[in-house]
Design a protein around this ligand. Structure first.
Ligand SMILES: Nc1nc2c(c(=O)[nH]1)N[C@H]1C(S)=C(S)[C@@H](COP(=O)(O)O)O[C@H]1N2
Ligand SMILES: [Mo]
Length: 353
């Protein structure tokens, strides 16, 4: 097991899911965006050497090899959207610190692995347990822990939450955290710890790298760019907001005047299911998209809407999704100090000829 040869070992690698791949229901491992807060981890996470340790507030600390995880626990599958909390940050005005992602820090795949809740039951989690801390061997160029985040115990025990060793029916690739990663559907990508080697059961929220301060947190009440910042009023992002992308036509496309074309894309959300998508067709008004069934509650949902452009020239089309609780994407940005969870409507420029 080595890092992919195209990705240097001495740099942090971050790349988006490429545009044509975003139009597919399932994102292939080779296409799915990559977000590394540090360098590739070393041999500590090689499949043959790996032991997953579970300790902290447990009655029976345990340690599992990959083979033991496969043979001792039932394999569960979940199809889920993985989205970086910073996806869409690049559109924010004024810009915030952090990677200036466009719309491609997202994808949807099927993961296979063991239920985290079943592992915790095997370790006999104590009643005072409230949170987990996740540990991995990847380090920053200066040798610090790259990322060590955790999730609340209720999410760890939820049936959709896995310690995954497969993606799209194949062994989880090194790039995406293989041999083992957390899959926490509906939570931001940062909660999906890659190269997992240790789970620490805790009474309090974890305080590992990128878990404290303003990291992956939103203010309790919205803050403007000029407002003073008090970290005590920020909360860890758990449930991701309702969002959508138009995957066809692609930005910059030329479409024929007076002919019907299909506008399509994906809508997703966290725990609250997507209800509908309105497609805004510039000066041709707006239309309620038809919605297809999903591959389960955590997958993204296909929307389609017909459009017959009535005028030549440039147009901007947009999609606006709502969840079943009536929360709707804002037309414009959702600014916050670190630029997380920007679910402002995705706009696509097309030229009608
Ligand atoms: N060990 C480790 N896990 C990690 C990260 C990391 O840097 N190190 N990045 C996190 C972030 S911020 C995201 S968005 C997802 C990205 O997963 P991917 O690279 O498989 O797309 O992994 C998460 N898990
Ligand atoms: Mo992320």
């Amino acid at each position: 097991m080595t890092a992919p040869s195209t990705t240097p070992m001495d740099r942090t690698v971050n790349r988006e899911t490429p545009w044509p791949a975003l139009d597919r229901a399932r994102t292939a491992a080779a296409d799915l965006f990559v977000r590394n807060n540090g360098l590739w981890p070393d041999a500590a996470s090689q499949p043959e050497r790996l032991r997953l340790e579970i300790d902290g507030l447990v009655g029976r600390p345990c340690s599992f090899t990959l083979d033991e995880l496969r043979s001792r626990f039932e394999m569960r599958r979940v199809t889920a959207v993985l989205e970086c909390a910073g996806n869409g940050r690049g559109a924010l005005e004024p810009p915030t610190e952090g990677l200036q992602w466009s719309n491609g820090a997202v994808g949807c795949a099927e993961y296979g692995g063991v239920r985290l809740g079943e592992l915790l039951a095997a370790a006999e989690v104590l009643p005072e347990a409230r949170h987990l801390g996740h540990h991995s061997p990847d380090r920053t160029p200066t040798g610090e822990v790259a990322l060590s985040r955790g999730i609340p115990i209720w999410k760890a025990m939820a049936p959709e939450t896995l310690v995954a060793y497969e993606m799209n029916g194949e062994p989880l690739s090194f790039e995406h955290g293989g041999p083992l990663r957390i899959v926490a559907p509906g939570f931001p990508g940062a909660a999906w710890q890659k190269w997992l080697t240790r789970i620490e059961v805790r009474e309090r929220e974890h305080d590992g790298a990128k878990m404290t301060g303003l990291d992956y947190r939103l203010p309790e009440t919205p803050l403007g760019p000029a407002d003073p910042i008090d970290p005590a009023t920020f909360r860890v992002i758990e449930d991701m907001p309702v969002k959508s992308i138009i995957t066809h036509p692609a930005g910059g496309s030329v479409v024929p005047l007076g002919e019907s074309i299909e506008v399509r894309g994906w809508a997703w959300s966290g725990a609250v299911p997507v209800a509908s998508v309105e497609v805004l067709l510039d000066d041709d008004g707006s239309v309620e998209a038809s919605m297809e069934a999903t591959e389960g509650p955590w997958a993204w949902r296909r929307f389609r809407a017909p459009w017959t452009p009535g005028r030549a020239g440039s147009h901007v089309i947009a999609a606006r999704a709502s969840d079943v609780d009536g929360r709707r994407q804002p037309l414009d940005q959702a600014w916050n100090p670190r630029g997380y969870c920007n679910n402002g409507c995705h706009r696509v420029d097309v030229s009608v000829e």
